[in-house]
Structure formats: structure tokens, C-alpha cells
Design a protein around this ligand. Structure first.
Ligand code: AMP
Ligand code: MG
Length: 486
């Protein structure tokens, strides 16, 4: 049934029903003239929302938090987190959970506003968001989804019509984000550090009911839950590595229990391959560099496991031993996902003991040659050959011969492996320069560049995308930097 504003929400408020320390009731800030910048009709349909036309004023009003739908109970969630290694109390400083929507398929999803005003957890922040970064989250999230990588999604970005004060005044916006949940490693750290064991148990039971209901019947449900989260994150981070995605700010508050990618701030995709690549201007030590993402994920999962210790065993030493074993399983799990994924990228259907070395030799050659990450794999998939500019690179030529032999042992050739490879090596990823170009146009009220980019990103494995979306940036560009806290 559609409500007075034309939406058909089916809200539940399970998180708001947790003990009061877990959240705070809040009211979104007032914005005088909100206007829809972009609306994700396909997602709205999947969610069974039957959103009216984006031009309807009621749509902007609802998606800017100005008209609270019946059944919604807006809250800000409390959480803590390790930011660049240091522990802090955080919480939704500029986000408001409108409620949890039950989809026609029976899935429960969080519907959250980002940039909707101050909350009790805002600290010194203004609670607001600028249009560019919210559109960036929209674009990169949708691209990740199309690539088949678990992620939060964006339902809409609404321009508030007001300026936010940053280094210069910028147009303000509210993003509506849809997630399997917003439970984070940091949520458990908050419960463990500030609320105590019984709150951790309550939270763990809640998370199990929400994400792993089948584990409730296990003999050791909390251990099974820990293992499930470790496995999801191992799979997730492997999928990032396989497409050259650098999250940029893998603080424990930005790591979900659901295994979805969350918080597209200073993220970027590799153009030129280099394992040390870091884009975020604030990540001076390279803590969250491309090559560090797997070990950082494991470090974050250690913080998660620590919060569960009292639930794992009454005996502290036993609990630590159990958690340690679980945490150690991250490495083989990650490496398994990564190597399987790399085999698929190279068209290999069988396992051989030298496969890891084969992949590493390729990456080493790519790094030495400054090869484009996405472009090199895609070229191999499309033609069975190296990109033209690398054809004379001795290392890579030798590698290609090895690879051809390796495929030969499966009775295949680079050409015959092509179709399988094209299904997993994207032609189109949200290249940093294209995203920036689309955001700059959007800031000048031209959304066409962004819509064209989104159309290309929605079919990442399709070679027919316009060449400009497939090509790396011009070689003489300055190093790409991203900025946080906008
Ligand atoms: P992030 O690094 O974007 O995940 O954010 C880290 C923390 O800072 C979270 O608690 C955010 O809610 C908070 N935060 C970020 N920007 C703002 C802002 N403009 N106002 C208030 N809180 C913010
Ligand atoms: Mg965050």
C-alpha cells in the first residue's frame, strides 16, 4: 500500500528496540528546498518501494528526511572504532537510520540518511554532507554492485538547496543508503568497551538473528558467527583486490558484519598497478594501501574477535585460544578466494601448484612496466595478448609464454579462454578521472555526464562500452588524491 507520499514502505525498527544505549532518537535537520539529484529506480523496484516520479516534491521531501513515513523511527546508532589504529567513540555523526524496510522478497534492509544533520554523536562535525561525495558514494557503490561485489547501495541523492561549509562552500546533499545492516566491527567494540558482556551478547544475538539465523542452533553459535564474519570479510577483500579497489579508510567502524563494502569516502580504483598504491591524502603512512588491505582486514577482525571473547568460553585462556584459531583461518580463506579469483581472471579451470607463482609473476611484471590494472587483464581476455604498449616488455612476454603453456596443459589457448575471462575481467570500472569529471559536471547542475558514466558502469563486462570509459587517464596526469571528511 502506498503512503500519502506515494512510497510503499514496510518499516520495522528492530535496532531501535535494542537497549537504549545502542542508539539515540533523532530528528533530521530542516532543509527548505530539497530537490532530487538522482533516484535509483531499479533499486527502488527491487525493494518494492514503488517510488513516484522524482519530480514529485513529496519524493525529495521524504528522501531528505523532511516527511517521516508512518512506521519509521529515526535513530542515530552508537558505535566506536579504531581509526588508523587508535580507539575512539564515534557513532552516526551525520547519519540517521530511518528504519528497516521489509522487501517483497522478505529481506530486511536498513534505510539510512547520510548528511541529514547533527546527532548526539556528531562531536564537532556539522552533521552535513556535500553533493560531490554523496554522488561519489552513489556511483562507486552502484559500480561495485554491478561488478558482483557485496556493497551497500544508494537509493537517492537529494540536493538540500543549502551550502555546507568546507574549504569552500559546497552544495549540500542527503544520500539515502540501503544496507543489509549497519552493524560494524565498531558496534561490537562500543558494546564491549562501554556497555559490558551482557550487551555484547544482546548485540551478537541480534546480529546472528539478522545475518546468520541458521547459526543460532549451532553448538557454539558465537564461534560460528565469528567464523562467518571472518569468511565474509576474506571473500570481500579478495574481491576488492581482484578488481583493484582501494577502500582508503578501513577503520573498524567502516567494516561491516554483513560483509558488505561500506563508506565510499577516499576510495579509488587502481589505474597503473602498484601494490603500494594509496590515494587518501590523510593516509600518510600508507596503512590502507592496496597491498595492506588483507592484513588490515585481519587486524580489524582481531578487534572484533576480542569483543566476543567472553561469549566464546568462560575460561579466558580457552577463549583466546579459540579466537586465535579462528583469526588465523583468515589467511588461508583469503588466499583461497584470491587465488581462485585470479585463476578465473586468467581463464584457468584447474588447479596447479605453480599457479600462485604464475599470478605473482604477472603482477610483478605489471608493476615494473607500470601497466594499467583493469586494462591489462581485459586485454588478455579480449585478445589473448598483452596490451600493445607492453608487447615488447621482456618480463611480460616471458610471462605470456608461461601462461600460454599453462593454458595448454588444460587443452586451451588464450583465445579459447577468452569468453570465460571476459565474464570476470571488467572492461569498465569507475576510473577516478571519470568519476571526478562526472561530479564536477553535477556540481554545475549537469547530471548527464554522471548518467552516462552510470550506464557504462552498469554493464562492466561489456566491451561495447564507449572507449573513453575503458581507457586509463592520460599518462601525464598528476597522481590522483582523495580527500576524507567531506
Ligand atoms: P567516516 O570516516 O566517514 O566513516 O566517519 C567517521 C566518523 O565521523 C563517523 O562517526 C561519522 O559519523 C563522523 N562524521 C563524518 N563527517 C561528519 C560530519 N560532517 N558531521 C558529523 N560527524 C561526521
Ligand atoms: Mg564511516
Amino acid at each position: 500500500m502506498n503512503d500519502a507520499n506515494g512510497f510503499s514502505w514496510e518499516f520495522e525498527n528492530t535496532y531501535a528496540e535494542l537497549p537504549p544505549e545502542f542508539s539515540a532518537e533523532v530528528t533530521p535537520a530542516r532543509f527548505r528546498s530539497p530537490r532530487v539529484a538522482i533516484l535509483n529506480h531499479r533499486l527502488a523496484d527491487e525493494l518494492g518501494l514503488s517510488v513516484p516520479d522524482a519530480e514529485e516534491p513529496s519524493v525529495a521531501s521524504v528522501l531528505a528526511g523532511q516527511a517521516i513515513p508512518a512506521g519509521a523511527r529515526p535513530i542515530a546508532q552508537a558505535y566506536a572504532g579504531h581509526q588508523f589504529g587508535g580507539f575512539t567513540m564515534l557513532g552516526d555523526g551525520r547519519a540517521i537510520l530511518l528504519g528497516e524496510h521489509r522487501t517483497p522478497a522478505g529481506r530486511l534492509v536498513d534505510v539510512q540518511f547520510k548528511g541529514s544533520g547533527r546527532t548526539p554523536y556528531s562531536r564537532r562535525g556539522d552533521g552535513l554532507a556535500a553533493l560531490g561525495p554523496m554522488l561519489r558514494e552513489y556511483v562507486v557503490g552502484e559500480a561495485m554492485h554491478a561488478l558482483g561485489i557485496p556493497t551497500t547501495r544508494s537509493l537517492a541523492v537529494v540536493a538540500t538547496g543549502e551550502k555546507v561549509r568546507r574549504e569552500r562552500p559546497l552544495p549540500g546533499a542527503v544520500l539515502t543508503r540501503v544496507a543489509a545492516s549497519h552493524l560494524r566491527v565498531g558496534t561490537f567494540e562500543y558494546a564491549a568497551s562501554f556497555l559490558g558482556e551482557s550487551a555484547v551478547r544482546t548485540l551478537a544475538d541480534y546480529a546472528i538473528a539478522r545475518h546468520d539465523p541458521e547459526l543460532a542452533a549451532e553448538p557454539q553459535p558465537y564461534l560460528a558467527f565469528l567464523r562467518a564474519v571472518i569468511d565474509r570479510q576474506a571473500a570481500l577483500v579478495a574481491s576488492w583486490q581482484l578488481v583493484g579497489f582501494v577502500h582508503g579508510v578501513m577503520n573498524t567502524d567502516n567494516m561491516t558484519i554483513s560483509g558488505e563494502t561500506i563508506d565510499y569516502g577516499p576510495c579509488a580504483f587502481l589505474d597503473e598497478y602498484h601494490a603500494d598504491m594509496v590515494f587518501s591524502s590523510i593516509d600518510e603512512g600508507g596503512r590502507y594501501a592496496y597491498k595492506n588491505q588483507p592484513p588490515i582486514a585481519q587486524w580489524n577482525l582481531c578487534r572484533f574477535a576480542e569483543t566476543l571473547l567472553p561469549l566464546l568460553d568462560a575460561d579466558k585462556d580457552e577463549a583466546v585460544a579459540t579466537a586465535t584459531t579462528a583469526i588465523e583461518s583468515f589467511v588461508p580463506a583469503y588466499e583461497g578466494y584470491w587465488l581462485d579469483g585470479m585463476r578465473r581472471k586468467l581463464g584457468l579451470q584447474q588447479e596447479e601448484s605453480g599457479d600462485r607463482e604464475l599470478v605473482e609473476a604477472l603482477l610483478k611484471g605489471m608493476q615494473a612496466a607500470g601497466a594499467d590494472f583493469t586494462g591489462t587483464f581485459r586485454q588478455l581476455a579480449e585478445t589473448g595478448r598483452l596490451p600493445l604498449d607492453l608487447e615488447n616488455d621482456e618480463c611480460l612476454r616471458a610471462w605470456r609464454e608461461q601462461w600460454t603453456e599453462r593454458l595448454g596443459r588444460e587443452g586451451r589457448t588464450p583465445e579459447s579462454a577468452g569468453p570465460q575471462m571476459r565474464a570476470v575481467n571488467p572492461a569498465v570500472v569507475p576510473r577516478n578521472h571519470r568519476v571526478e569529471e562526472a561530479l564536477a559536471a553535477a556540481e554545475n547542475d549537469d547530471m548527464t555526464v554522471l548518467h552516462d558514466l552510470l550506464a557504462a558502469l552498469s554493464k562492466p563486462f561489456d566491451s561495447s562500452a564507449a572507449p573513453e570509459y575503458q581507457q586509463p587517464p592520460p599518462a601525464n596526469r598528476p597522481r590522483y588524491r582523495t580527500f576524507c571528511g567531506t
